[in-house]
Design a protein around this ligand. Structure first.
Ligand SMILES: Cc1ncc(C[n+]2csc(CCOP(=O)(O)OP(=O)(O)O)c2C)c(N)n1
Length: 630
């Protein structure tokens, strides 16, 4: 990093360097961070909007608090790029989200400034409370600050933590970074209440005079600061949003402009010495300082490489992803069946349900970052004959496990789970890989679990699921596209629990599900070149499993490879072993390949396949060496 282009940033190797600067130049530091992020992310893609919005608050926190002794706990971590840049990772920043590079989120193993690992939303207040409790046990003296967005505040965990913190009265600060946006428009009901109060004349007049008072008196010492605070908070409790947080045991400060550095620094300095749970509410703008991101903050939440001047990403003619295919199919089906309802947990774009939101808004619900609620809410509708389709990423559905068992399956309710991002997701890494769903769903009695081999099969499985009324039906599909062929018009019913032989062979068989069917076909083609004949079976259903196919395979093959993009432990391969055991027939020698018993890092899916041996060449090598002993 050159000194002439990055006058300040080039000299900031840690927050200690930041703290040596005069407050007057912090604005320039922020400007350089913004430029550095836009320049870098325009080349490699990544989260941008939230990071542009968090620049000032990050600089102010590291300026005022004594990090890393004082602990900052980020929520989700997608807005922590300025934090990474300021905490010794400036030069590595261009490697972010790439194989062997910096993680896109906070990670304890990456830096002493990353106090808690994140990726999933709404954890920061709970984790910070845990850190504050540990600090008090250890009789140590440092600050703990949780930074949480208004989107993450739609998650129930945040309130569980606040309630607990209010009772424990721990010395801790929650910074509420309120930009009125989640990935798309936020559905936080409380923000309507904030907006009403904040835009009201009486509050604004009061706030203006109070802010003048506090600005004037705070710097003069603790006693006056204390009095000013008391006046401010007691008056506020009558008319301001603070009421909600105060009821939970927090002292409320704000709302303040989260881009006004001087105000932020003053505010943090003032509250630093106040004990007990504090909530600082700041208003920020997603995408702040880069016009294309300000104007299209949903796209710039997570963006592919783009032209800095225009903000446009090159459009290459790629076939639609499974997500898009699902979005179109659900609209098509819902237009014909008025019992179908779409439910998303703050992921309208990511799951393709935005299409339903646009076309059939009255049967679409975005419930916020509340996966458990999404499932139980759907179960409620299902009791009255509706056919809710809950579209949630595999990784986030982990949050709703008990809801699937207790509220849906136990009551045999026909809720359809559209599980996107089943398998490796790439750059988001281990917090987001969807590699456990087959394992966690399989033991649930009565659930149907299917994985389409391609786009047509996704459509047909979805159609089949809408006709099935005996209980839950889960369809898991990967990130990206399948075979990329245009889909066939119309829908066909697929026999539940029925697989198909997609290629016959003599030397051995591969039983595959979902994305791995295509991979198995490629392996089989590769093997053919070496004179090895491999049969490929698209098992399609993980539960119920096609026992007729398993019997037939056992009668014709000695060696069988089970292939899946899910944890080997408890996944599809395990289902095959259990089925042979249950059927009491002699099983062929079974080999299981899938996600090993480890957390897979981030990188492109192709790179990661190689790491875990799921790329075609590695699978073929494994077959030759370990299965056929050639
Ligand atoms: C449990 C869970 N569900 C969904 C997501 C996907 N997600 C990542 S960021 C985000 C929006 C967060 O909004 P907010 O906290 O307001 O942060 P902002 O991006 O607006 O700064 C969502 C839904 C997630 N990370 N975790």
């Amino acid at each position: 990093m050159t000194n002439d282009k990055w006058k300040f940033l080039s000299k900031i190797d840690s927050p200690a360097d930041l703290r040596k600067l005069e407050p007057t130049v912090l604005k320039d530091v922020c400007q350089e961070i913004r430029e550095y992020m836009v320049e870098t992310i325009s080349k490699i893609g990544g989260h941008l909007g939230a990071n542009l919005g968090s620049v000032e608050l990050t600089v102010a926190m590291h300026y005022v608090f004594n990090t890393p002794k004082d602990l900052i706990v980020w929520d989700v971590g997608h807005q922590a790029y300025p934090h990474k840049i300021l905490t010794g990772r400036r030069d590595e920043f261009p490697t972010i989200r790439q194989f062997k590079g910096l993680s896109g989120f906070n990670k304890i193993s990456e830096s002493e400034y990353d106090t808690f690992g994140v990726g999933h939303a709404s954890t920061s207040i709970s984790a910070a409370l845990g850190l504050a409790t540990a600090r008090d046990f250890d009789k140590e003296n440092y600050k703990v600050i949780a930074v949480i967005g208004d989107g993450a505040m739609t998650g129930g965990l945040a309130y569980e933590a606040m309630n607990n913190c209010g009772l424990l009265k721990k010395d801790m600060i929650v910074v509420l970074n309120d930009n009125n946006m989640s990935i798309s428009h936020n559905v936080w009901a409380i923000s309507n209440y904030f907006n009403e109060v904040i835009s009201g004349d009486s509050y604004n007049n009061l706030k203006k005079s109070l802010f003048d008072i506090t600005q004037k008196y705070f710097p003069k010492g603790d006693r006056l600061a204390h009095i000013a605070n008391k006046v401010q908070s007691s008056l506020k409790s009558i008319v301001t949003p603070g009421m909600l947080f105060e009821a939970l045991g927090f002292r409320y400060f704000g709302p303040i402009n989260g881009h006004n550095l001087i105000q932020l620094v003053t505010m943090f300095k003032n509250i630093k010495s106040i004990k007990g749970p504090i909530l600082v509410h700041m208003i920020t703008e997603k995408g702040k300082g880069y016009a294309p991101a300000e104007n299209d903050s949903s796209r710039f939440h997570g963006v592919t490489p783009f032209d800095v001047n225009t903000g446009q990403s090159p459009k290459s003619p790629v076939p639609p992803s499974y997500t898009e295919i699902f979005g179109d199919a659900i609209v098509e089906l819902a237009e014909k069946n008025n019992k179908i309802v779409g439910v998303s947990a703050a992921m309208c774009e990511g799951t393709g349900l935005y299409k339903m939101q646009e076309k059939i808004p009255d049967r679409f619900f975005d419930v916020g970052i509340a996966e458990g609620h999404a499932v139980t809410f759907s179960a409620g509708m299902a009791t009255k004959g509706f056919r809710p389709v809950v579209a949630i990423y595999s990784t986030f559905l982990q949050r709703a496990y008990d809801h699937i068992i207790h509220d849906v399956a136990l009551q045999h309710l026909p809720v359809i789970f559209a599980i996107d991002r089943g398998g490796l997701v790439g750059a988001d890494g281990p917090t987001h890989h969807g590699t456990f769903d087959l394992t966690y769903l399989r033991p649930i009695p009565g659930i149907i679990i299917a994985a389409p081999k391609d786009e047509d099969e996704l459509r047909n499985l979805l159609y089949t699921a809408t006709l099935y009324t005996d209980g839950p039906f889960a369809i898991r599909y990967p990130r990206g596209k399948g075979n990329g062929k245009p889909v066939k018009p119309g829908f066909e019913i697929i026999g539940i629990g029925k697989g198909e032989v997609t290629k016959s062979g003599k030397d051995m068989a591969i039983l595959a599900v979902g994305s791995m069917v295509n991979q198995a076909m490629k392996v089989s083609a590769l093997a053919e070149e070496s004179g090895i004949s491999i049969e490929v079976v698209n098992m399609r259903f993980i539960k119920p499993i096609d026992e007729d196919i398993l019997k037939d395979i056992a009668s014709r093959f000695d060696k069988v490879l089970c292939l899946e993009e899910n944890s080997i432990i408890g996944g599809f391969g395990s289902a095959v072993i259990e089925s042979y055991n249950r059927m009491k027939i002699k099983s062929p020698e079974l080999f299981l390949k899938g996600i090993p018993d480890e957390f897979v890092e981030h990188g492109t899916i192709e790179e990661l396949y190689k790491v875990i041996g799921l790329d075609t060449a590695s699978i073929f090598e494994y077959i030759k060496k370990d299965i056929l002993n050639k």
